[in-house]
Ligand binder design. Structure first.
Ligand SMILES: [Zn+2]
Length: 505
């Protein structure tokens, strides 16, 4: 009746139709909500969506792998979980991990992560690796093309190494340590123009196998001719795909090198762990990245919320002069296998055998600057599993939410969630279109959801005691399936799906 009356009093016909349209929508929506039975309903939680800035109590209805409804009205579900008192957030997206198995993924999901990507180093034999993870992963997985490997493959005398790495990948035993030790044997090779061309051709093939951009960790091959890196940037610029880089050395000149390469080639660029790359110059680095962004260049960065770094003691980072470059000495290095601090003697001995070290080299105020800086993404750089592995492997996201949001009030909850959900999704969505459905709590988005108690969430892993699950993450859903319930891993479900780059054939 109301519609009929309105039609006679309205002067403009279009307004009439618009009104009817909205009225019908509202009716349909109300009817739909009361009659549809959702697979799962998350009821009464504090829903936070960093894109729309929604921060309110809502009921969320899920059908299959997608969010189908977000409403103040009660929803009917085959399964209803009361999540009142908890925050319902998009699942956290970690752009930077190194663990390749479910052992690491279990720590990640207890930290709220629903998508964990190896983008710094990338993965060797990418197509085979993607295939080997199918139907077996707890959370979503993906990787970039590994430039050092594609380069290694292009150098004839390393051919047998290529095949042995494939065997390791196929057995599913691949760890970053085995891979880097083999591939970095070629780090100091000068490559010919033909080998350079072959490297670029190899990169293109791996992009077609699903690689999410190109991992260019030049810091592990710091003697590489700048021309080589520039050529890789040129390729990324031509293809409009993303370069992730651990810069040549932890200093401003190395950051300027990659910004210059990106500006000159129009390659989109993501600079990894700006904290350990800039050390005391973190503000200057962030200012330069912001200036580039303001001039229209597609350059971003990230950090992890800890004052120590971690890597292999055998890597080029510890070649002569490391004390000056990093501003530290032997006692600042912690051997992961035993937890001991190093001396000159143990440093020399362990550098020969190889293994992980934790590098205590940053000040707490540098980390605060990075976390507070607008647009800087949170990413863990989590290691392969070891009991005393760097605690970022298990605690990065809970630490930001517990320590930096709740305790130290460095940023607010909405901003923190944006840095771990929406910003990483947006960073990737031009080169991995499926990321448009992640990082959001919106109708139509993938049901990758992390539900936590904002009053108790905190990291538990420490440098002294090693890895431990974070506290306060109560439920984690990946593609509509619970993988964590009441703070416990759900066994025998493998809802993790592959995330591919746009060139996947
Ligand atoms: Zn790195």
């Amino acid at each position: 009746m109301k519609v009929y009356h309105y039609s006679h009093t309205a002067r403009k016909k279009w307004a009439h139709y618009v009104w009817i349209f909205f009225w019908v929508c509202i009716c349909l929506n109300t009817t739909a909500q009361s009659t549809i039975e959702y697979d799962i309903v998350l009821s009464g939680g504090r829903v936070i969506d960093p894109e729309t800035k929604l921060d309110a109590i809502r009921n969320v209805g899920i059908i299959n792998n997608r969010i189908a409804q977000i409403s103040t009205e009660p929803l009917k579900g085959k399964q209803t979980i009361n999540v009142s008192g908890l925050v319902v957030a998009p699942g956290f997206i970690d752009l930077h991990i190194h663990g390749r198995s479910n052992v690491e993924q279990e720590y990640q999901l207890h930290d709220g992560v629903t998508t964990a990507l190896e983008l710094e180093w990338g993965v060797e034999h990418l197509g085979n690796w993607y295939e080997s993870r199918k139907g077996k992963a707890l959370i979503n997985y993906g990787a970039s093309v590994n430039w050092p490997f594609e380069r290694f493959k292009a150098i004839g005398k390393y051919k047998s190494g290529v095949d042995s790495l494939l065997q390791i990948t196929l057995k599913g035993e691949a760890t970053i340590g085995i891979m880097t030790n083999t591939i970095l044997r070629a780090a100091n090779e000068t490559i010919s123009p033909a080998e350079m061309d072959e490297t670029l051709a190899n990169i293109k093939i791996s992009l077609s196998e699903g690689g999410i951009g190109i991992g260019a960790p030049i810091g592990y091959l710091p003697k590489t001719n700048p021309n080589e890196l520039y050529r890789v940037f040129q390729l990324a610029g031509e293809l409009n795909t993303l370069i992730y880089t651990h810069v040549r050395n932890p200093d401003i000149i190395s950051i300027q090198e990659v910004i210059a390469d990106a500006v000159l080639t129009h390659a989109p660029l993501h600079i990894l762990h700006i904290n350990s790359m800039s050390l005391g110059n973190i503000q200057l680095s962030i200012d330069m990245i912001t200036a580039a962004k303001n001039k229209g260049f597609d350059i971003t960065t990230e950090l992890y919320p800890y004052t120590a770094a971690s890597t292999g003691l055998q890597s080029a980072i510890f070649s002569d002069g490391w004390q000056e470059r990093l501003g530290i000495s032997y006692g600042d290095l912690q051997w992961v296998a035993s937890g001991e601090r190093l001396t000159k003697e143990t440093f020399d001995a362990y550098r020969k055998t190889g293994g992980s070290v934790i590098i205590h080299m940053m000040k707490p105020e540098w980390i605060k600057i990075g976390i507070a800086a607008p647009g800087v993404i949170i990413a863990s750089d989590g290691s392969s599993y070891a009991k005393l592995a760097h605690p970022r492997t298990a605690g990065t996201f809970s630490r930001v939410l517990g320590k930096y949001v709740r305790e130290d009030k460095v940023i607010d909850l909405m901003t923190a969630l944006e840095k771990m959900t929406l910003l990483p999704a947006r960073r990737l969505e031009n080169i991995s279109p499926m990321m448009r459905f992640k990082g959001r709590i919106q109708v139509g988005a993938d049901a990758d959801i992390t539900i936590f108690d904002p009053n108790t969430i905190i990291d538990k892993a420490t440098f002294e005691k090693g890895l431990e699950f974070s506290a306060g993450i109560e439920y984690v859903m990946v593609n509509g399936t619970f993988i964590l319930k009441n703070g416990k891993t759900v066994s025998s479900v493998f809802p993790g799906q592959a995330v591919y780059g746009k060139f996947k054939k």
